[in-house]
Design a protein around this ligand. Structure first.
Ligand code: HEM
Ligand code: HEM
Length: 232
């Protein structure tokens, strides 16, 4: 953690500093996911399906990793830090345009729901892909394991969920832009550097070690790639 001129505030306001919020694994997860989702849409819509299916299993691996990291990552990566009740979220949304609205160090309550929605839609998109067929040359690796009706249904799910997913990602980007331009609150740089100006007590501590993340990622990859190869 790099401390910068803490204690500039007087009175009851807490001292602020550059504190580490997002651990390295969470940031790497995020930017790898962004690259993979772009690659998935490109390979899916241009028919590069062999590459599409391999990268798709990497997406599943990342989603599984993030679920586990939600219990093992640092303070702000944990679900307990950003999954709130609907009332808290509605109250937060109600105060969004007031300058006195509360600021959150990690994901705010609405952002927390967006994170859950993206992970869920990614799991449905990638999960249904396993059972999808283009009805010509290419079948998902587990397509032959289900009846033709179920395969047709999951192929439709795969072709429709992408629009929902792209919609939520669009909202995610608009929300980041809204915070940057209207609220003058740059959420993007911290997702790159890990650091944010926040009360010194907000530091995420030492949790979320990259070595632990590497072990979890390796286990997730074995489960996804190994599991699919085994069942296929
Ligand atoms: C987040 C992950 C994924 C995204 C964003 C994604 C996206 C897409 C898109 C945009 C298409 C083109 C749909 C169309 O032509 O209307 C497609 C087709 C397809 N995807 Fe995925 N996909 C993902 C994961 C997977 C996975 C994990 C597999 C299998 C291992 C898979 C297998 C297929 C197959 C076989 C097709 C051809 C179906 C067709 O042409 O209708 N996808 N995907
Ligand atoms: C395919 C596109 C994208 C997907 C699927 C995606 C997904 C996600 C997910 C799952 C998280 C939660 C991170 C975690 O806790 O693990 C997140 C957070 C975040 N993303 Fe993205 N993202 C995408 C594109 C982008 C882009 C292009 C930017 C920047 C311009 C961005 C900026 C952020 C920021 C700043 C956060 C943290 C927000 C906060 O402070 O609460 N994302 N994103």
């Amino acid at each position: 953690m790099t401390l910068e001129t803490p204690g500039i505030n007087s009175g009851s306001a807490p001292a602020t500093a550059k504190v580490r919020i997002w651990d390295l694994p969470t940031r790497l997860f995020h930017w790898a996911l962004v690259a993979l989702v772009i690659a998935m849409v490109w390979t899916g819509s241009t028919g590069k399906l062999e590459l599409h299916m391999t990268l798709g299993q990497a997406v599943l691996t990342l989603v599984l990793f993030r679920l586990v990291w939600g219990f093992t990552g640092n303070r702000y990566a944990r679900f307990s830090a950003f999954v709130t009740g609907p009332v808290t979220c509605l109250r937060y949304l109600g105060s969004l345009f007031s300058s006195s609205g509360s600021t959150h160090v990690g994901h705010n309550p609405a952002g927390g729901y967006a994170v859950l929605a993206m992970l869920l839609l990614l799991a449905v998109q990638a999960g249904s892909g396993l059972f999808t067929s283009d009805d010509i040359f290419t079948d998902g690796p587990l397509f032959s394991k289900v009846s033709s009706e179920t395969g047709a249904l999951l192929s439709t799910v795969h072709r429709r969920t992408i629009w929902l997913l792209l919609g939520v990602i669009g909202l995610h980007l608009l929300a980041n832009l809204f915070y940057l331009v209207v609220k003058k609150n740059d959420l993007i740089s911290p997702m790159v550097t890990g650091c944010k100006t926040a009360p010194t007590a907000a530091d995420a501590g030492r949790g979320g070690h990259p070595l632990l993340a590497l072990v979890i990622l390796a286990v997730c990859a074995v489960i996804v790639f190994g599991g699919i190869a085994f069942v296929k």
